[in-house]
Design a protein around this ligand. Structure first.
Ligand code: SUG
Length: 446
């Protein structure tokens, strides 16, 4: 049997904008109210997907959410026609309108946690959408995310879908952004690493003081239970609270793993030695590479600015690994120097590819945020909705679709424009036909 890691990248939605919605996320706050380019953003994302496809990787596409989220605006008491709801929200509560227009579902590392069949008790691939409770604009995502995942992985023999965890800060769950999996081969049972920021039921335990810890230990433990992982396949590691306070709002901003490599910053974790000893014991295989980036080579602030750790580490068909880094890494002298040295060292990482995802980076989303990893065997891949797997034809279709429906520029003030709502709905209606998802959006269901 063959095994693959398929990256499902989020397609950037037509309302992509900079509204400063994510307290604790430095880029989101510092770019608030700048104009955005939904068209450029979507095309940068598609280009990255195509580049990975051309490198011989399996590449998938995840559809965006319906935005503006009219259902939520109505739930919050704005009434009348759609145009009136938008006008009232923009006059009375522009921050709520902005939250209901965010294209944040593009960061599909936060869509769900996925456990491959090799790790789970029932031998199926398990999915739990993230509840994203810490940010109002993101808490609007899990229901439709669940529908989209169900429409892609529809075969019950191979795939098990769970409901997102209870919508409460005690079970704050940010999905795969705080989860990585180490394994010797994608098809072998691995060790799933769950990084958390605080313990909800033990307020005396260490926690950040300035910015929120978006993932709790209790949420991670619940996911491991739901997915049928056993003692030997899960490790729970606390993030260093000080780096969360420095702007590391998700663990994938400070560490990334692939197969037998864990690439991380010296200051990433609270109990590095103890946790690594547990990983070594549970991983059992050799070799295992812990690649530590020392703070005297790359500072925490440089790591956050360049997203050195929000890179994708992928295993190419040739057998070695490549690191997919944002161009911000290339533009930084210490980081590009570090990466040039890294590929010369005795580790499986032998190549660096730089990609331009600047529209996403300005909201704090690098290459790794834009993708959800799903390890599949060939039977599971055959049971996956083929219309969501990228090839040259789908790449061209989606580029034309973006050209047809997306605006070149968007300001926060444009979010109340009823024409934007119509354009978005038309685009998404067409997209569900291209990807053959069925009626996943609220506007298609009433
Ligand atoms: O949740 N930004 C996202 C970025 C998510 C990045 N994902 C990972 N690290 N995996 C967030 O903070 C900003 C939206 C705005 O400000 O308009 C935003 O939601």
């Amino acid at each position: 049997m063959k095994h693959f890691e398929v990256n499902f990248d989020g397609l950037v939605g037509p309302t992509h904008n900079y509204a400063g919605l994510s307290f604790g996320n430095v880029a989101s706050l510092s770019n608030a109210n700048n104009p955005s380019s939904p068209r450029q953003a979507a095309k940068q994302g598609l280009k990255k997907m195509k580049a990975l496809h051309d490198m011989g990787m399996k590449q998938g596409v995840l559809a965006p959410q319906e935005r503006p989220d009219m259902l939520t605006l109505r739930r919050l008491g704005f009434t009348g026609s759609d145009a009136q709801v938008l006008a009232k929200a923009s006059q009375q509560a522009p921050h709520l309108l902005a939250a209901c227009c965010s294209a944040s579902s593009m960061w599909t590392a936060n869509a769900a946690t996925v456990s491959p069949s090799a790790d789970t008790a029932d031998g199926r691939v398990h999915f739990t959408p993230a509840n994203l409770t810490n940010k109002f604009h993101r808490s609007l995502e899990p229901v439709v995310t669940g529908r989209i995942l169900n429409a892609i992985f529809a075969n019950e023999r191979h795939f098990k879908h769970h409901q997102h965890l209870p919508d409460n800060e005690h079970f704050g769950d940010e999905g795969a952004a705080n989860h990585t999996r180490l394994c010797s081969q994608y098809g072998h049972s691995g060790v799933e690493l769950f990084a958390y920021g605080r313990q909800a039921f033990n307020p005396a335990a260490p926690a950040p003081k300035k910015f929120p810890a978006r993932q709790t230990l209790e949420a991670s433990q619940a996911i491991a239970r739901l997915h049928g992982l056993n003692e030997d396949t899960a490790v729970f590691m606390q993030q260093n609270p000080a780096v969360i306070d420095a702007g590391v709002f998700h663990n994938d901003v400070i560490s990334v793993g692939n197969q037998n490599v864990l690439f991380y910053h010296q200051d990433a974790f609270a109990n590095t030695e103890r946790d690594f000893a547990e990983i070594r014991r549970k991983f059992a295989d050799e070799p295992l590479y812990f690649i530590e980036v020392p703070r005297n080579q790359v500072s925490i602030s440089e790591a956050i600015k360049t997203y050195l750790f929000n890179t994708q580490i992928i295993t190419l068909p040739a057998g070695h690994m490549a690191i997919i880094a944002p161009t911000e890494c290339q533009e930084s002298a210490p980081v590009s120097r570090y990466l040039a040295e890294l590929v010369e060292q005795n580790t499986p990482i032998k190549e660096v590819r730089y990609m331009d995802v600047k529209e996403s980076m300005r909201n704090g989303g690098g290459p790794a945020c834009l993708r959800l990893r799903v390890a599949l065997n060939d039977q599971e891949l055959a049971a996956t909705n083929p219309n969501c797997l990228l090839d040259d034809a789908l790449f061209n279709t989606l580029n034309h679709w973006v050209d047809k429906h997306y605006r070149e520029q968007l300001q926060v003030a444009d979010l109340a424009d009823p024409a934007l709502l119509q354009e978005s709905r038309q685009a998404l209606d067409e997209l569900t036909q291209i990807l053959q998802l069925g009626s996943v959006y609220p506007f298609q269901r009433n």
